[in-house]
Design a protein around this ligand. Structure first.
Ligand SMILES: Cc1cc2nc3c(=O)[nH]c(=O)nc-3n(C[C@H](O)[C@H](O)[C@H](O)COP(=O)(O)OP(=O)(O)OC[C@H]3O[C@@H](n4cnc5c(N)ncnc54)[C@H](O)[C@@H]3O)c2cc1C
Length: 433
């Protein structure tokens, strides 16, 4: 089949990879000049989520905890942003959290296998670094996180629960004072460089053939008429609006993998979804003192700030800024950017003091798309030629590889390697009820 994939982030490139592997001809349409320029560019490095850093659950989106929740919470009077936060916060209840994690888990495990097979199969080096140390400051937050620890035990996910003293002994950059509640070590989980991985997979595709990349072109609209599928392209830069005919590309199937841009595309097509884009910040700072730099990736679990060493830099990512759609379309206001950067700088100061030269940090912000039930939108839609692969939230890096396999299997008429309950929970149509 001829398949058009809209979006050249990790999700679009991983989808193109799986489609080609299944024997399809693929065209990836990306509005930027190359791949990995959207949310994929500034990721925090954590490859796969555990119950402790899933983007829903016991400690996430707790507005009552203010900046301690890691969210710069400014929905203003916008009702959709408020409704969205309220829906996500329902998943703080242990039973609701457990149910949703049960649905997501098979996708996490499939993703683990797929990344390992791509990385191993092509001997890719994308700055993989083993070992994550989650730390929790406050005894109340530790208490709240117990339902996540219960899931780790229930599914026998390899980890060690540690006291504060054990954390400090294990990771020399984490100070034992002031005291904190404790932590968890995931020695087999790892961080890596997501944009580098995306570019390496693109290189593999370039060498293999059958995947075309159309850069610098945005998809304006999706057309689905009976047995036909097509995309309308916006004019390329320099192309005069008045003289042009609409560029239309036909295909057998379309995969929407346009990250935060997916919602607008589907809305124009008449499909309105309750997903919400959330801005997130990242600081990339040079190492200040090598002797203070962490060996492990340190994650402030309750604030969801990750501090990842990437060669001679530390990437500090987190600080979700919750705003209305209208505010999201504008550049981030200075006070909010400052509040977000201060939150990241404070986490660095608290957990890995002296490791990163924050005053010389490069600040970056990206937008990621979250669904109100925490799960991505992956799979078929009401139209047999339209497929979804977006809304992976803060965990799109690794999940992209598994969800790409699911979509490619569905397009090929093969049985996806996740259970039917997971498949049903990921479908876009779940929001129709
Ligand atoms: C600061 C930050 C830290 C993060 N940390 C982590 C982490 O540690 N671990 C993790 O797993 N995830 C993390 N994430 C989330 C992860 O980066 C995203 O989930 C993932 O990159 C999403 O990939 P994507 O391909 O869907 O989106 P994107 O990378 O945004 O790609 C979508 C692409 O579609 C293109 N596009 C959009 N509309 C159109 C159109 N109409 N026509 C053509 N092209 C279009 C865009 O230009 C873009 O390139 C983080 C995100 C941020 C912002």
């Amino acid at each position: 089949m001829d398949v058009i994939v809209i979006g050249g982030g990790i999700v679009g490139v991983a989808t193109a990879y799986q489609l080609r592997a299944a024997g399809h001809r693929v065209c990836v349409v990306e509005r930027h000049a190359t791949v990995a320029q959207g949310a994929t560019y500034g990721h925090g490095g954590i490859v796969l989520p555990t119950p402790l850093d899933a983007w829903f659950g016991p400690t996430f989106m707790d507005a009552r905890r203010g900046a301690r929740s890691g969210v710069v919470y400014r929905p203003g009077l916008n009702s959709s942003a408020r409704r969205f936060a309220r829906q996500l916060s329902r998943l703080q209840a242990p039973e609701a959290f457990r149910e949703q994690w049960l649905r997501l888990r098979p996708l996490v495990e499939l993703s683990r296998e797929v990344i390992a097979s791509i990385a191993g199969g092509f001997h890719l080096d994308f700055e993989q670094r083993a070992g994550l140390l989650h730390v929790v400051r406050d005894p109340r937050e530790w208490e709240q996180a117990q339902s996540a620890f219960d899931l780790l035990r229930e599914f026998e996910m390899h980890h060690h629960v540690l006291s504060a003293a054990e954390c400090a002994e294990l990771e020399h950059s984490v100070p034992a004072e002031p005291s904190f509640a404790g932590g968890a070590l995931f020695e087999h989980e790892y961080t890596a460089n997501c944009p580098l991985f995306t570019k390496l997979v693109k290189q593999v595709l370039d060498e293999q053939g059958d995947v075309q990349f159309l850069f610098g072109r945005a998809v304006d609209a999706i057309r689905l008429e009976g047995h036909r599928a097509a995309v309308e392209l916006a004019p390329a830069e320099g192309q005069r609006e008045s003289k042009r005919e609409v560029d239309v590309m036909s295909c057998d199937a379309i995969v929407v993998a346009a990250g935060a841009g997916s919602i607008a595309l589907l809305e124009r097509f008449g499909l309105s979804l309750p997903l919400h884009a959330v801005r997130m910040l990242a600081l990339t700072a040079p190492i200040a003192y090598e002797e203070c730099a962490p060996h492990l990736t340190v994650v402030d679990s309750a604030r969801r700030v990750s501090m990842t060493r990437m060669n001679q830099r530390i990437r500090v990512a987190g600080a979700a800024v919750l705003q209305s759609e209208r505010e999201l379309a504008k550049p981030l206001a200075e006070p909010l950017a400052e509040a977000g950067s201060a939150l990241l700088a404070q986490a660095t100061h608290d957990w890995i003091p002296g490791a990163a030269k924050i005053s010389a940090a490069h600040a970056w912000e990206g937008v990621r798309l979250l669904s109100p039930d925490g799960l991505p939108c992956v799979g078929g839609t009401a139209h047999p030629r339209l497929f979804a692969n977006f809304g992976h939230g803060p965990a799109g890096w690794g999940l992209a590889c598994g969800s790409a396999k699911v979509v490619a299997d569905l397009i090929s008429g093969a049985a996806p390697l996740v259970p039917p309950e997971t498949l049903a929970a990921l479908r876009v149509e779940r929001f129709a009820n």
